[in-house]
Design a protein around this ligand. Structure first.
Ligand SMILES: Nc1ncnc2c1ncn2[C@@H]1O[C@H](COP(=O)(O)OP(=O)(O)O)[C@@H](O)[C@H]1O
Ligand SMILES: [Mg+2]
Length: 257
């Protein structure tokens, strides 16, 4: 697999700064298609920053600067002429704290991005898309009779699945998830983990966690990030059973983090 289109995402020598402070240091990763690829590492090592570089959300922070390449489906998203809005649609993000619009209805929360981007032509098409996305996010059965209720009425786990439905409605290629279960109870968290395993059939999922146990349960591939550098990466089974680097070993057995 040498052709860049063989990979869902290729990250090449990516560095990022907030002001003078260098957060990511020459990060390079190759992410295959239709896998759960986990970025793990202790708090503050740069995991969220890395995700935000992948879909250019980082640029919303005026103090941030990025160098290097992020190639999605053969296109460097940092090339001039690439529209960052398009990139964020193609690589949708689910955040650590579920962030639906609390006063908007369940329906509108799923529909809003699609409507703002003029991606559907009529109400019927929108209804179908909302239903499809809610089903895909395993939420439909729980909410189908109360689509007009505000999102604030949902539980934490439901809110997170609603945010996922909102991302799916935009028809992304890649789904970025930043500690998506960190604020959920164990039952809600395991539902999200199950969902990732289902969704990878159709999407490439890049998930950040600081929990090595979760990383071991869900990952096909992992990268261990430490102080802004990739210490090692590879298929999950090898990294967990035969870490090549002492730092990874310590992390995996729970001594750092
Ligand atoms: N908006 C920001 N402005 C300045 N520094 C930041 C900002 N966000 C994160 N940082 C710093 O960047 C480093 C990495 O943060 P982050 O990517 O959030 O790490 P992680 O997600 O692994 O916990 C930390 O030292 C953090 O303090
Ligand atoms: Mg983070």
């Amino acid at each position: 697999m040498t052709d860049s289109r063989s990979w869902a995402v290729e990250i090449e020598s990516l560095s990022a700064w907030y002001g003078e402070n260098q957060i990511l240091k020459e990060v390079s990763l190759k992410i295959p298609r239709n896998v759960v690829f986990t970025i793990m590492g202790p708090s503050g090592c740069g995991k969220s920053t890395l995700l935000r570089c992948i879909n250019r959300l980082i640029e919303l922070n005026p103090a941030a600067r990025v160098k290097g390449k992020v190639i999605i489906d053969g296109v460097n998203v940092y090339d001039s002429g690439v529209d960052p809005i398009q990139v964020r649609r193609m690589a949708g993000m689910v955040f650590q704290v579920p962030n639906p619009f609390p006063h908007l209805s369940i329906y509108e929360n799923v529909a809003i991005g699609v409507k703002l981007n003029g991606l559907v032509k009529d109400k019927e098409e929108l209804d179908d898309l909302v239903e499809w996305a809610l089903k895909k996010a395993y939420l439909w059965d729980e909410v189908k009779d109360e689509l007009s209720k505000p999102a604030s009425a949902l539980s934490g786990g439901q809110k997170q699945r609603l945010c996922l439905a909102r991302v799916l409605a935009m028809k992304p290629k890649i789904i970025l998830m930043d500690e998506p279960t960190a604020n959920l109870d164990p039952v809600a968290a395991s539902k999200i983990e199950e969902l990732m395993l289902e969704l990878k059939k159709d999407y490439t999922i890049i998930v950040v966690t600081h929990n090595p146990g979760q990383a071991a349960r869900i990952s096909d591939y992992v990268a261990f990030l430490y102080l802004g550098k990739v210490v090692e990466s590879g298929d999950a089974a090898s990294v967990f059973t035969r870490p090549r680097h002492e730092l990874t070993e310590k992390y995996v057995i729970g001594r750092i983090g």
